[in-house]
Design a protein around this ligand. Structure first.
Ligand SMILES: Nc1ncnc2c1ncn2[C@@H]1O[C@H](COP(=O)(O)OP(=O)(O)OP(=O)(O)O)[C@@H](O)[C@H]1O
Length: 260
């Protein structure tokens, strides 16, 4: 039996006269890996921003685990179990990998976590727990060898994985990944695919990713939602999407995306 974890219900988002998203609806089931694809400017990042509460929808609702989370704020959405990564690496270059994960734990869960941690510290158990949690996330992401390296000295591909580790520091049920493969070479893409599959298979995470790297999307995703000019034009399995005439015309067949 599948259960819905995320419901995007008829969301729209305007910027002045520009309609970045129009009447977008789709569901994600628990344990699914869903891809959100489309040409540049299609509204994918706007959809992420609305889902994670960074931008309120002009219309529509976002329901996560049965709760209306429309309009955020992002800090509360994260506490509810929905975390995200960003297109560009958003880590602190002067902190170690472990330090970034620690900072991620603090900032993601802001007030409530700080209160919790301070409370635990007072009882003398917190730092050990924090250290265990950092180790758990390092193991999940394969970043143990980089534990004490400065983030700014990491190879680009490892920095992107650190972005995922920082998001995982919030112990989310669902992770939204904004172009996780951008800028990665072939080997790094293979490693990323393996990692994301493991996060789902071994740790029960649900994933929604925006990505232009079609080989990765087709290999990894159970289902794909296609946006063009702010509107959903198709939704289906990778095979259905690959053969969909409208998708081929608007996106997959276009010369600038054909290589992906
Ligand atoms: N803060 C903003 N103010 C005004 N217009 C915006 C804003 N954010 C996005 N837009 C516009 O909304 C539309 C959708 O942009 P969005 O970044 O969501 O597309 P995208 O599918 O993520 O594109 P890409 O693949 O290039 O990242 C674009 O026309 C963009 O210029």
């Amino acid at each position: 039996m599948t259960t819905t974890i995320l419901e995007v219900r008829r969301i729209s988002r305007r910027f002045g006269g520009l309609v970045a998203l129009h009447d977008l609806s789709f569901n994600v089931s628990r344990g699914e890996i869903v891809g959100l694809i489309g040409p540049n400017g299609a509204g994918k990042t706007t959809a992420f921003n609305v889902i994670t509460g960074t931008q309120p929808p002009t219309a529509g609702k976002v329901i996560f685990q049965g709760k209306d989370i429309s309009g955020g704020p992002p800090s509360r959405v994260v506490v509810d179990g929905l975390a995200r990564t960003f297109q560009s690496t958003s880590t602190y270059p002067d902190l170690t990998v472990a330090g970034n994960i620690y900072r991620g734990m603090l900032s993601h869960i802001s007030g409530s976590l700080v209160g919790l941690l301070v409370g635990r510290c007072d009882r003398g158990i917190s730092m050990e727990r924090v250290s265990d949690e950092i180790d758990r996330i390092l193991r999940m992401t394969g970043l143990q060898p980089w534990r004490d390296a400065l983030a700014g000295n990491l190879p680009y591909g490892v920095q992107k994985i650190l972005g995922i580790a920082v998001a995982l520091a919030a112990s989310p049920k669902m992770l939204l990944l904004d172009e996780p493969a951008a800028g990665l070479n072939h080997e790094e893409c293979k490693g990323l695919t393996t990692l994301l599959r493991r996060l789902r298979d071994e740790h029960g995470l649900t994933l929604l990713l925006v990505e232009h790297h079609m080989a990765l999307v087709m290999e990894l995703c159970h289902r794909i939602v296609v946006l063009v000019q702010g509107e959903k034009i198709a939704e289906g399995t990778p095979e259905e999407i690959r053969q969909n005439e409208a998708v081929i015309e608007a996106y997959l067949g276009a010369p600038e995306y054909a290589h992906a």
